[in-house]
Design a protein around this ligand. Structure first.
Ligand code: DC
Length: 225
């Protein structure tokens, strides 16, 4: 199914740690819409490459892995998603900073982005889709009627990322997370294909001093709900 199928789509793009994941889960739950965590697809591609011993700069082979990812997303309580890759639960494995870094590298490969395009568009199903990513509004769902670009300062995002890791029982060091966030922003924003930037018709929400509830209010108002 393509983006022309008239299914309502809300896109939320922005840098890592801005709170997109949480906001998208809450909005999807409120509206009863489907949820696309496109970052998970890049993380899964990076993990699959590692598992199969494929070098991250081997664009053709990584794209083949991306195209044929054997993945299942199983919704759990409270908006959480269990992620199964090749029959194995990798929900935690794909959330490490190590895999995040590798995901950012495979995401810079044009053939990989192309390989994941139709898989992402297939998520647009009735009654609607909340799409979380970096290029949802600029590339994947350009006709989406409602686009948000959610951002926050790098320092604030590092703090939020550390909190998220702790909640998942994972360790982290705020200084290291901050330097990884800055590196990842740089890579995501400067790549040639689908660089991270707000769509021309996106509402930019700077959330450094906002609570999740305040962001949620802005999104729901923009949606006209
Ligand atoms: O949102 P995330 O941290 O799970 O994303 C992991 C990486 O995937 C991130 O560095 C950028 C990349 N990504 C992308 O290039 N395009 C998307 N639509 C989503 C994520």
């Amino acid at each position: 199914m393509s983006q022309e199928n008239n299914v309502p789509v809300l896109t939320i793009d922005g840098p890592g740690g801005a709170g997109k994941g949480t906001v998208c889960q809450l909005v999807a739950k409120k509206l009863g819409w489907h949820l696309l965590d496109s970052g998970a697809l890049y993380r899964l591609t990076a993990l699959a490459a590692e598992k199969h011993g494929v070098a991250l700069d081997n664009e053709e082979s990584v794209a083949v892995l991306a195209k044929h990812l054997d993945v299942q997303f199983l919704p759990q309580d409270e908006g959480l998603m269990q992620t199964i890759l090749e029959g194995e639960d990798v929900s935690l494995d794909i959330r490490t900073e190590h895999i995040a870094g590798h995901a950012s590298r495979v995401a810079a490969l044009p053939a990989v982005r192309e390989a994941l395009l139709s898989r992402q568009r297939d998520f647009a199903q009735e009654p609607g889709l909340v799409a979380d990513g970096r290029d949802m509004g600029t590339v994947v769902f350009t006709h989406a009627p409602c686009k948000i670009y959610l951002t926050a300062s790098a320092e604030e995002r590092a703090k939020r990322r550390l909190l998220q890791l702790k909640e998942k029982g994972l360790e982290g060091d705020v200084k290291q997370i901050l330097s990884e966030i800055i590196q990842r922003d740089e890579r995501d924003m400067s790549r040639e294909v689908a660089p991270l930037r707000p769509a021309k018709d996106a509402l930019v929400v700077e959330s450094t001093n906002m609570s999740i509830e305040q962001v949620l209010d802005v999104v729901m108002t923009e949606l006209g709900r």
